[in-house]
Write a protein that binds this ligand. Structure first.
Ligand code: IPD
Ligand code: CA
Ligand code: CA
Length: 287
């Protein structure tokens, strides 16, 4: 068993940068939009980026497991598992809106932990935004960085002074309650941004650009990297009720730590029914 997990980040960063360059190549070509379901988009770029990332991982670490959004899980029983989102922000990408990234998180779980059902730990992460040439990275216990410089979460301590991020899935939108949360939390803060890339939203919390973020129903490839980057930047990540975040949690609440309890209490009140009053008439609103 390895005594430490040093040495992954430089190679991971190179892979993410290479995949990001490939995405930019496609981005400038205005790709045809394809559908995975009624509203779920996929492009040739998503697929090509995952092929490239898998090839690079395989070349250096042939025995490692990989879970990628487009090709699913290749499970070889390794202690290492890569969570790969080859293009996070596909809807933006497909519409020519330049907010998207490559996200790669690496997890380590001993065979013993796997057998006993104990969760693995994320040990290294990179999120690369090729539109701004920004590479966010973190190693467990070693802090978080943006293009090599250390980053920290914000120091905002009251919710009313916060700027937050959230997201809405393309899939099963009508069943997602987040619009109520968006509405209520917008009224109580400096605002809620909905930029369309969960991995970048998490990195925005890590670098202090956002004070917090929440989203329902994210997948492991969306969160594996960003969650480690937030924690290593001094932030906090949990489920909506404050309980521990796990890679398969369907609730992601991230913050600078200082406003975490306030966010939990907002979410609790909205779940309990606050904010379901009827909309004002247009004339009333305009007064
Ligand atoms: C999506 C983005 C988006 C989030 C969705 C995700 P994709 O990932 O992260 O911000 O709101 O829930 O599915 O499909 O662009 O990789
Ligand atoms: Ca994604
Ligand atoms: Ca994706």
């Amino acid at each position: 068993m390895p005594s430490n997990h040093d040495g992954f980040l430089p190679a991971m960063s190179d892979i993410a940068r290479e995949a990001g360059a490939l995405l930019m190549h496609y981005f400038h070509q205005h790709l045809k939009i394809e559908y995975k379901g009624d509203a779920d988009l996929v492009t040739a770029a998503d697929r090509a980026s995952e092929v490239l990332i898998r090839e690079r991982i395989r070349a250096q670490w042939p025995a490692h497991d990989i879970l990628g959004e487009e090709q699913g899980l290749s499970d070889q029983g390794s202690e290492y598992r890569w969570y790969v989102d080859p293009l996070d922000g596909t809807t933006n990408f497909a519409h020519g809106y330049p907010v998207f990234c490559v996200s790669m998180g690496l997890e380590y779980q001993t065979a013993q932990d796997r057998a006993s059902g104990k969760a693995g730990r994320r040990i290294a992460a990179v999120v690369y935004d090729p539109t701004r040439d920004e590479l966010f990275s973190a190693e467990q216990g070693k802090g978080a960085r943006l293009n090599g410089e250390g980053i920290q979460v914000s120091k905002t301590a009251t919710l009313k002074e916060c700027i937050l991020g959230t997201g809405f899935p393309s899939h099963k939108r009508h069943k997602n309650p987040n619009i109520h949360f968006y509405h209520q939390i917008t009224l109580r803060t400096h605002g809620v941004r909905r930029a369309g890339s969960a991995a970048l939203d998490l990195c925005n919390v890590a670098s202090g650009r956002f004070d917090g973020f929440w989203e329902f129903n994210l997948n492991p490839w969306d969160t594996a990297a960003g969650v480690l980057i937030v924690k290593e930047a001094g932030g906090k990540v949990s489920r909506f009720d404050g309980s521990a975040f796990e890679i398969n949690s369907r609730e992601t609440l991230a913050s600078n730590g200082l406003v975490h309890e306030a966010m939990i209490s907002e979410l609790r009140e909205i779940f309990a029914g606050r904010g379901l009053e009827p909309l004002p008439a247009l004339s009333e609103y305009q007064r």
